[in-house]
Design a protein around this ligand. Sequence first.
Ligand SMILES: Cc1cc2nc3c(=O)[nH]c(=O)nc-3n(C[C@H](O)[C@H](O)[C@H](O)COP(=O)(O)OP(=O)(O)OC[C@H]3O[C@@H](n4cnc5c(N)ncnc54)[C@H](O)[C@@H]3O)c2cc1C
Length: 359
Amino acid sequence: MNSDSWLRIAVVGGGPAGCSAAIALARSGIDVCVFEKGDHFREKPCGDALTSLTVELIGETFGLGESDLSRVGGVRFRGAVLRQPSGSLPVDSPALVGWSVRRSQLDQALRDCVSRFAEIKYRTQVVRLTPGNRFITASTAQGADSRFDAVILAGGAGDRFTRNLGIDGEPRLGFAVRRYVREDYADSHLVVEPTPKLLGYAWEFPNGHGTRNVGLCALAPVERSVLVSFVKPFAASTKSREAIGGGSGPCWRGSFVKRHLPVGVVSCGDAAGLVDPFTGEGISAAIRSGLLSADCVLRFVKDGRNEARLAEYSNRIHSIFSDAYRPSQARISFLTLCGLRGAESRFGAYLAEKDDSAE
Ligand SMILES: Cc1cc2nc3c(=O)[nH]c(=O)nc-3n(C[C@H](O)[C@H](O)[C@H](O)COP(=O)(O)OP(=O)(O)OC[C@H]3O[C@@H](n4cnc5c(N)ncnc54)[C@H](O)[C@@H]3O)c2cc1C
């Protein structure tokens, strides 16, 4: 038994962020408990697109390769096409070569990897966190209380803890919906169509076995009436037995925000507002931040609960994602096509600003 095995860390949420944090901690010999309110093969509304970076991170973190993605029903895509009124344009970017894997399958494959090293409590929702002098008590809806040395919050876009504790990254909320449509569909490209009135885009992604994943996303807050005016025709035009799923996407806002509490709590993934503000892609950020949170929390508990180790986490997140989400010319052009002009185009410039409030 490892000498650190007395240390116990809770991870709230078994999505890509929570699984990444859990597997990294467990591999360091820490006793980890993942609380997941859903069941096995829980559906997560998503476009299901894994960019080349995401595929690489999944390989490095979980040891899952392309044959594993194929085994769980994934299909490879070979680039993207930008559909516009003037015609369709192929988008030549190595980042847009990747895999499409239904999230119920992908997330379960990640959790199955974690469960070889750590405990996962399914159908168990954490409803309260009570910090003490030395431990944090996590209480579940099922009535159980357990004590932990630290807690990693990875509950996704709907995470209330991070919002209430002020460690959610103060995201700009985007919005997205998707539906699976079963029909002959052999295109192996991502198809993206800017929808300026929605301040976003529509997509059609291959999903394997003659199915496509179709969806809509707003990259900036829009009026409810605008959303309804898009979602209603979307529902009518995508005839499918499958339900429409989706919700808010907590996009990176760029300013320095703490993502830790000195008592030993950090946020990661969507719960920390890390979705790419230019595309709505969030799985790679979830994995990267999950890994980072594990590293910093581990150093926090080993260094006598030294808050500086957690402050390092907030700083590292700020620096890594300020860089990752730096507005390139291509990204700004895409935002412009999506209708984010005027006040919204200043957003790109805002993201580019050096934020000197970082500690
Ligand atoms: C419609 C849509 C399309 C998208 N398309 C893409 C895409 O194509 N590619 C891409 O990279 N990103 C996409 N995203 C973003 C992506 O889905 C998220 O960024 C990603 O899932 C974040 O992972 P996460 O682990 O932080 O959160 P999640 O995947 O949401 O996982 C959080 C987990 O925590 C659990 N949980 C929550 N609260 C509790 C609690 N209190 N107790 C216990 N368990 C709890 C939930 O059940 C869930 O399993 C899309 C988002 C939407 C809404």
